[in-house]
Design a protein around this ligand. Structure first.
Ligand code: HEC
Length: 192
């Protein structure tokens, strides 16, 4: 009888062990959610410190100069704002001119507008991670290999060596941003 008790106890212990293992298995999916959160955090950190807002976020003017327009972060050059005429004399002398919001640049090469990189469909909401990687590290418009090269001042050459982890973190963060609908104008290349 004693022996039977012992083996029953052992069986119970095994069952408890299996149950715990099962629980551990299910806690793995919890871990994936946590790691998505940490990807978003890391992505936010990278986007902030790598200066994406400098060009991709509209600004509001303050007595201290331009400040981020927090209502439309990362939504690119505003579609409802046409640029004032640029100083042609300065351009002829080799100057590149930044619009004060930082979202547009006029240079002897033409005019370029910072893209909408929010999670909206007019931004990168429908992009795949692969597309994002191709845009960021190979400088291809919309992340499609056969598309045109991205124009200055998008500093994609600086991002060539980003690790897979960092690209994934930036992408995951951008996909978690507030969607802002904004269709950025097409660039105008200088005809010379
Ligand atoms: C100095 C300005 C500047 C900085 C800094 C910058 N960008 Fe850009 N970016 C641009 C401009 C301008 C374009 C549009 C170029 C064009 O249309 O050819 C662009 C284009 C892009 C595109 C391609 C969008 C499309 O529709 O094809 C992506 C993606 C992008 N930037 C992501 C980023 C990320 C992420 C960061 C920060 C890690 C960043 N950019 C930093 C100016 C900048």
């Amino acid at each position: 009888m004693k022996k039977f008790h012992l083996s029953a106890v052992l069986m119970m212990a095994a069952a408890i062990g299996a149950f715990t293992a099962c629980k551990q298995g299910s806690s793995q999916s919890v871990q994936t959610t946590i790691s998505k959160d940490s990807l978003v955090k890391r992505g936010n950190y990278l986007v902030t410190t790598m200066g994406c807002n400098d060009c991709h976020s509209p600004k509001v003017m303050t007595p201290m100069g331009p400040a981020l327009d927090t209502t439309r972060l990362l939504s690119g050059h505003r579609s409802d704002m046409s640029l004032p005429p640029a100083n042609n004399e300065a351009l002829k002398n080799g100057w590149a001119l930044f619009y004060a919001e930082g979202t547009a640049m006029v240079s002897p090469m033409g005019t370029s507008y910072a893209a909408n990189i929010t999670s909206d469909a007019t931004g990168i909401g429908n992009w795949s991670l692969q597309q994002f990687k191709t845009a960021l590290t190979r400088g291809k418009s919309k992340g499609i290999e056969t598309n045109r090269d991205l124009l200055p001042p998008m500093p994609w050459e600086n991002y060539k060596q980003l690790s897979e982890e960092d690209i994934t973190a930036i992408f995951t963060y951008l996909q978690s941003t507030k969607p802002v609908k904004n269709i950025v104008p097409e660039p105008q290349l200088a005809t010379r």
